[in-house]
Design a protein around this ligand. Structure first.
Ligand code: NAP
Length: 173
């Protein structure tokens, strides 16, 4: 069982603008059935986790709740649940949540959707194994950070998906 952080990033290491826009990403040429796409990646995933800002962005912008696996949303607030979604709100310690996710995932992998600090909290606990970054050809100058931790990574794979450079790393330390 592997715990992944899979996200898209600007070249200068931001996953959203300061006002949480992803227009710089959604405007990119990208093949959803192409190399290293989220559609392929999600096949091996049994449980996901995300922070409250990412969850609120999905509720406000996506066309319905697309995730079929149980989802843990880290928050200190009461947030709505979309119809039919298996969403579990939590502010428990990351190792406890990771154990709950592992138990629910049925031997499949775990996906930390974002944001970057939440992925960093899993890394702090020694519970982040791989980082997948889809780099878009833009710089943002400021915004939500990709992974604000000092980590050493090993490059496992890289492929081009139209406008994006898709990378996969193993967390070393
Ligand atoms: N480029 C991409 O592919 C991609 C992928 C994912 C996300 N995003 C975007 O990136 C941005 C990320 O936003 P963000 O940096 O604010 O991160 P976030 O992780 O989405 O949200 C941070 C919030 O999560 C809650 N939280 C985090 N850790 C917690 C903990 N241990 N216990 C309880 N609650 C905790 C807190 O919310 P409260 O205390 O307020 O409840 C915190 O303010 C969003 O705009 C999102 O849409 C982009």
């Amino acid at each position: 069982m592997t715990t992944h952080y899979f996200t898209a990033s600007s070249l200068d290491g931001y996953i959203a603008t300061t006002d949480h826009s992803l227009d710089w990403l959604t405007s990119q040429d990208f093949a959803w059935d192409g190399p290293m796409s989220p559609t392929t990646f999600v096949d091996g995933i049994g449980a996901i986790a995300m922070g409250a800002t990412t969850y609120e962005w999905i509720l406000a912008n996506d066309d319905g709740w697309a995730y079929e696996t149980p989802a843990w949303v880290f928050t200190h607030r009461d947030l709505p649940t979309p119809d039919g979604a298996d969403v579990r709100f939590t502010s428990s310690p990351v190792p406890d949540v990771h154990a709950e996710m592992t138990a629910a995932a049925g031997g499949n992998d775990l996906w930390i959707v974002g944001g970057g600090d939440l992925a960093g909290q899993f890394a702090d606990a020694g519970l982040l194994d791989e980082v997948w970054i889809q780099y878009a050809p833009v710089t943002l100058g400021d915004g939500a950070p990709l992974l604000p931790r000092p980590l050493t990574l090993e490059l496992l794979d890289t492929q081009r998906n139209r406008a994006l450079v898709c990378t996969r790393f193993r967390v070393v330390t």
